[in-house]
Design a protein around this ligand. Structure first.
Ligand SMILES: Nc1ncnc2c1ncn2[C@@H]1O[C@H](COP(=O)(O)OP(=O)(O)OP(=O)(O)O)[C@@H](O)[C@H]1O
Length: 258
């Protein structure tokens, strides 16, 4: 019998920083093809959860499996594309968009092999997917913050991962970049990809999200449909949400938002 293995399986995860508990017994399975948004107030532990999934912060207790492998044995990192929360401080090297995106291909082709046609095609496709084809030759430093974020997403896509993990990919990003990102995600998922992303506001991403997780008080307060903000509260820039009739589980959405 064919049994599908979850792409991510977090079991009873506990994480503490300097003795202060941030996650306390979190369970999270993510199946292939899901687009899971992790929501919650500032400091609730959203980034900590995705960092724990990737082994970037240690678990005090519990376990993580990726593609059915315990994290400590997992070696297929080329199957995962990760976009951290912020572009690090500039290295001083004015790399072009194409160079930054091509770096995302290294895990696939190995650092000492020249790029093949398939590598060049994957890089071009990733740049096009985020709507930056006309900026491919420009230094990333000349791009807006939102466009730089799109370049990082293209870098993750260029590796043709099975799982994309994105930490607040649309925070502070202009509307055009949010739309471009939503389109890129749609294409990625249509090609069989799975997505785990941290978000503060869903905006244009909302229709792409198949499942929302809300982290609150070290645990998962909601796991299901996207909480529906009413009317104009869904607008980007409106950073709080009021309780209303459609909220899930009877929990005031305001509790989850800062
Ligand atoms: N490396 C660290 N050392 C100590 N404390 C940390 C560290 N990283 C995060 N924390 C603390 O852990 C808590 C959860 O942080 P985390 O970044 O996971 O929250 P978040 O939900 O992603 O927040 P935000 O929405 O502001 O990005 C916060 O109180 C934060 O200050």
């Amino acid at each position: 019998m064919f049994v599908t293995v979850p792409v991510v399986r977090v079991r009873s995860a506990h994480v503490a920083y300097e003795g202060r508990a941030v996650l306390q017994g979190v369970d999270l399975p993510v199946d292939a093809g899901e687009v899971v948004a992790i929501l919650g107030a500032n400091g609730s532990g959203k980034s900590t959860l995705v960092r724990a999934v990737l082994g970037l912060v240690p678990l005090a207790a519990g376990s993580v499996e990726l593609f059915g492998e315990p994290l400590r044995r997992f070696r297929q990192w080329q199957r995962i594309g990760y976009v951290p929360q912020r572009l690090g401080a500039g290295s001083g090297v004015p790399a072009t968009v194409a160079e930054v995106v091509a770096a995302g291909r290294l895990a696939r082709r190995g650092p000492f092999r020249p790029p093949r046609a398939a590598d060049r095609a994957a890089v071009a496709a990733a740049i096009a997917a985020v709507g930056l084809a006309d900026r491919a030759g420009d230094p990333v430093t000349t791009l807006s913050g939102g466009q730089q974020q799109r370049a990082l997403i293209a870098r993750a896509l260029a590796g043709q991962p099975d799982l994309l993990v994105l930490d607040e990919p649309t925070a502070g990003v202009d509307a055009a970049s949010q739309d471009a990102f939503a389109d890129a995600l749609r294409g990625f998922v249509a090609g069989g990809g799975t997505v785990l992303l941290v978000a503060h506001e869903l905006g244009p991403l909302r229709p792409v999200i198949t499942r929302a997780i809300v982290v609150h008080h070290g645990g998962i307060a909601h796991d299901g449909a996207c909480p529906e903000p009413a009317g104009f509260h869904a607008d980007p820039g409106h950073d709080h949400v009021h309780p209303h009739a459609a909220e899930p589980l009877g929990t005031p959405l305001g509790m989850w938002q800062s």
